[in-house]
Design a protein around this ligand. Sequence first.
Ligand SMILES: *Cc1c(COP(=O)(O)O)cnc(C)c1O
Length: 393
Amino acid sequence: MKRDQHFETRAIHTGYKPNEHFDSLTPPIYQTSTFTFASMEQGGNRFAGEEAGYVYSRLGNPTVQILEQRIAELEGGEAALAFGSGMAAVSAILVGLTKANDHILVSNGVYGCTFGLLTMLKEKYNIDATFSPMDSVEEILANIQDNTTCIYVETPINPTMQLIDLELVVRVAKEKGIKVIVDNTFATPYLQQPIALGCDFVVHSATKYIGGHGDVVAGVLIGDKETIQLIRKTTQKDMGGVISPFDAWLLLRGLKTLAVRMDRHCENAEKLAEKLKEHPKVSTVLYPGDFEHPDHSIVAKQMKKGGGLLSFEIKGTEADIAKVVNQLKLIRIAVSLGDAETLIQHPATMTHAVVPEKRRTQMGISKKLLRMSAGLEAWQDVWADLEQALNQL
Ligand SMILES: *Cc1c(COP(=O)(O)O)cnc(C)c1O
């Protein structure tokens, strides 16, 4: 598939040739654990890597391979690996790039379980993590140590919607020879292309926008051929966090509509942010697509649109927050994001409950903060629900 085709076209066609699969329009689900060899010699040759072909589905599967080729191409990377969850992808790259006593520089705010993983790496292998706002070259340089092996960035940051300037991070990292990993879950490759900006690796919780329908837990990792192959043969093969062929198929289906869904998610989030800002019971609205967002200049530089997520704080007590949430009728109370349904959650007691309160406050997550994932409904209906709940106060 040619790179000069548009994103929307590549998301539908890349990596799949119907004539190699009995002319099936849709990629088949190769629901098999193992593959047969014509002879003992052939089996030996496949194990030795001297003959192309599949061996066992933890080491590779045709449905999974179509997904890996497609997502690698969409993120502008050389190769990709699919995993059974976003955390399997995050842990594979972090374990893959570090050894005991190394140091990782981390954006000031990451997904709750990524924080949990970093805590475990510190306890078990003395791999230190320094959290940094990454807002200037000097600040980043000051936090880099001799044993810093990678920089791990989430942008927009969950759930505070702060942005990290990827070009700035890359400038420092290249000078120091340090690899940059970006969790691109919130933006998706449709809105943000970290590899084109010079970053080395991209990870996704494909559970979110890539799957897009709230029916699969999965992850992907994209990067250079050599490192991806190394991780395929080590961390992925031996720790075993692989994806099932059926889940890979669901992601292939999700990717076909990613661009049209993202356009609607962004449009709905924009409208909801606008309406929330006008409501007297709302004190703060955090949305990257808002022109008054403090990091709006970074959004304009590296994102196509503001994304489908927004957070806001309510004027009132903690009990008032619960009152509003419990009054919602259409909006679902749930963690996760990127689904057709609009979802709302309370980070302090849900996704970020594992983060110690002091650290949570530093990250800007107050007990009054709610995070919303704009769905694909008519935004007017979502707003009507939110407004009736806010008006209870
Ligand atoms: C959900 C999420 C993860 C973890 O992904 P799982 O698929 O739940 O394992 C990682 N990073 C971000 C930003 C997420 O939203």
